[in-house]
Design a protein around this ligand. Sequence first.
Ligand code: HEC
Length: 476
Amino acid sequence: MKLLHKSLFYSLLFSIGIQSCKTINTQDQDVEVQLSAVSYNGNIKQIIDNNCFYCHSGESPSAGMDLTTYDNLVEAVKNRGLLNRINNASNPMPQSGLMMKEDRLKLKEWAEKNFPLEANTNSITVKTPTMYYKAPELTPINIDNEGFDFMTKMQGHWVGDIFLLGQKIPWFAFDFRAINTSQIHGLFEGGTMGNLFNTFFVAEYKGVKTIMLRNGGILADIYRTSYFVLTEAENNEYLFVDAYGGKDIMWVKVSFKDNKMKMVSYTSRMGSNKPSKHMEFNGSLLHSDLAQKASEKYNFPTKEVVKRFPNGMPLADWGEQYPVVTSASYMMQAGNKSYAELGELAQDPIQINDIENIATVDLSFKRSDLSKDNKISVYLSREPLTDNNGNFKTEYGYISEKMMNEVLLFPEISKSQNNFQLTYLHEGKCYLTFVIDNNQDMTPGKGDYYSESLALDLKAGKPLKIEVDNILKTIQ
Ligand code: HEC
């Protein structure tokens, strides 16, 4: 069962296949490798080096175009008409005349196959138990010397936009608050589509007191957490790299400027590609009062160690089919299992019940109100979105910008889902308002249905149960 789930997951995650990892080496040279026709490392790089290197490399390459790296070559094919030039007899590249037809066809095929980096050796190497991966030595920042200021800077309610999975989402927020003396936590809860949490904590990594990041959530029905360790802290920029595979596998950079915070992450499909941009969040600090309260309550920040990893990260068992672990990542197919069960199955070194002072809310929708056959947006906000008369606070027919910026989370629950658990929530007072987005513009406004805002006081260890059947009004 477990393996079945895992293979399902890996087919999702490693669409190129872990066996093509650039960073993975095979020990056994006798392994027979079947090369498919084209790949960058297999033959394309050689063709380019032989024919273009002389002019398109070095400090001032012809046309300002260096063709010695994979990324640059892909860029040139996509945006600089490379395929046209190498096939254009009256204006050829190289200038001395067309290359052999065979080589030109290989480049064309390579582009058509979407630029494979390595040959596809699929069925053969997967079963080879001799594959190994040598993780780099990581040098964490010692927070007794530098970098500890990160914890203070990260606090607050950051509101801005995000680029995620190739999409730009215009409104997004992270609410980072202390959850104990030396740990800070923020969550994006998307509802049915999944969630994303980030928890920064003081850790001891191979004997060095440093800051680590636990990042993860449930996305596309996969539970995943990944651990990062702080390896650079300079000029208001903090770099966290995969706590096992380092920067080649994935990394997150957080930088601060004036009242702004930028968080960028790069991932490599567990080493099968060069890392490329996965997410970029740009936010402004809108409110810091909730974070301030939390920091007073927990006497934050101190350098008290939350978790020790004396020998680095424990490596998960990714299943027999995938013997090569390249990352401090812990994964499991989600299905209908609870967070606690998933953490255990995934061998996650920190599980939800180990995280102090976070709260849970269980929502159940009866659907005999206006939510029948509709998806429900659940707005969790600092201030109520409805006034004393139960009217939705609008401006020109829409939720006012001021109120929108009070929103901490707004998960969407699909129309077929009648139960949903909100996890990883901050303790304290907040409001819940349910909205049916009739015109599907993702903004509460005229004609949308809503419930009056409900005041909550969230406490860890005491899950709230809320039955929802009060979406009865229409925004005027
Ligand atoms: C002897 C030098 C030389 C060699 C060898 C050479 N190039 Fe060029 N390349 C140039 C110069 C100079 C230019 C700029 C003038 C032009 O566009 O013709 C250029 C321009 C280009 C451009 C257009 C770039 C743009 O943005 O307009 C492409 C694409 C290109 N080269 C691809 C190649 C490829 C692929 C090879 C090898 C198969 C190659 N070149 C080999 C000198 C060279």
